[in-house]
Design a protein around this ligand. Structure first.
Ligand code: GLY
Length: 389
């Protein structure tokens, strides 16, 4: 074998080993340190829930319980406590989860109730078995179910946009909130919640995808016939484009639905949505905010984190061993590719990650640090850690 061939062989082996050299503990500990910094930065006399840090700032923009992202910060604190057993994270997690208590008494104004309650109290109950968390989860699952329209077979995601879109809109993000319904059905909430979640997911699987399994962000339905009218966008580039985070919600949502139901339709949907996504990704596996947008450089790291977490779960649910290995490897490489100084916030601000895009068409949170990117990054790292054991 010539020196040249040996050299090429070495490079190939080096590159293929790159992602397996990824030290997950280092990245988890980095997240926990950043979390500590944020706890210290937040005011102790009033509750403010961190949501994002803009590109030109180092300060958190904070929100209250009404905001759709309000569950992610308590969720991060629960994950930090679960990994470290450090009670300071638990105290903060309890404090910030309880900041969402008004949701227990409010009527439903958005499908996002699932994100809010399940990331906060859902993780809290899973980790502590605290009965008061369970009661709040059960009440809010019933609240979320009030948005279900049996004629259509899906939840009305955004009552607030009925004037703009017509009587019934269902968005891909809504798939994520079915997890609260599945959980409640298993924990004394009743079969109806399970049926609503299955009907919603089935109708979404059948209507929300194009032939190539990229998805629409919003599907509009006729409330008289129950039939779909058309797919449109709200946060994507245009109605026929592929908004990266929409595809991420689809992959994560259908993977979760298969875990909860073992319905093969949901597995096929998760796999097809994944395969098309992996096919259109750039070589660094870091998506632009929308695959069809002309600006090539606005990344959305949040979509990467959601998908990496989902793929780690999907890799455990599918029986095809080669495909399972490929999904896991892709997820590891995605996480590896952002666990460096170009993508981690480090001393720039106390979030975990830079370069997410919230709502480009509205000019909100472009190339920013966003709390849900951090939540799914930490979740994915913890999932990877478990798989490595
Ligand atoms: N669920 C809203 C978003 O993904 O931005």
């Amino acid at each position: 074998m010539s020196v040249r061939v040996l050299y090429i062989l070495f490079i190939v082996i080096f590159l293929s080993c790159k992602s397996t050299r990824f030290n997950v503990d280092n990245s988890i500990n980095y997240c926990l340190n950043q979390t500590k910094k944020t706890i210290e930065l937040l005011p102790s006399d009033s509750i403010k829930i961190p949501r994002s840090v803009h590109k030109d700032s180092s300060n958190w923009k904070c929100v209250n319980y009404k905001d759709w992202t309000s569950g992610f910060w308590p969720g991060i604190l629960w994950y930090a406590y679960e990994y470290s057993h450090d009670s300071s994270y638990k105290n903060a997690a309890d404090k910030y989860s309880n900041e969402l208590n008004p949701l227990v008494y409010k009527s439903a104004y958005s499908h996002d109730l699932g994100f809010k309650m399940y990331c906060s109290f859902g993780n809290g109950f899973r980790i502590t078995q605290n009965e008061s968390y369970k009661k709040k989860l059960l009440v809010t699952a019933d609240t979320l179910a009030t948005l279900y329209n049996p004629k259509v077979g899906t939840i009305l995601s955004w009552p607030v946009y009925v004037k703009q879109f017509g009587p019934h809109n269902t968005i891909m993000d809504n798939m994520m909130n079915l997890e609260l319904l599945f959980w409640a059905a298993k924990n004394g909430g009743g079969d109806e919640l399970y049926n609503i979640a299955v009907n919603h997911a089935t109708k979404t699987a059948n209507n929300h995808f194009r032939d190539d399994y990229t998805c629409y962000h919003v599907m509009l339905y006729d409330t008289v016939t129950g039939k779909k009218i058309k797919g449109v966008t709200h946060q994507g580039y245009n109605d026929s484009s592929t908004w990266a985070r929409g595809q991420a919600w689809a992959i994560y949502g259908f993977t979760m639905c298969f875990r909860e139901t073992k319905n093969p339709l949901f597995l096929t949907t998760a796999e097809k949505a994944t395969d098309t996504y992996l096919h259109i990704l750039p070589s660094d596996l870091i998506p632009n905010w929308d695959f069809n947008a002309p600006d090539e450089h606005t990344k959305d790291v949040s979509a990467l984190c959601i998908i990496a977490s989902a793929l780690l779960e999907l890799s455990e649910l599918i029986s095809d061993k080669a495909k399972s290995k490929m999904y896991r490897k892709k997820a590891e490489t995605m996480l590896y590719n952002i666990s460096n100084k170009k993508f981690q916030s480090r001393n720039i601000n106390s979030s975990f990650l830079l370069h997410s895009t919230g709502n480009k068409p509205a000019g909100i949170e472009i190339d920013a640090s966003i709390i849900y990117a951090d939540y799914y990054y930490l979740e994915a790292l913890l999932r990877l850690k478990k798989l490595q054991k």
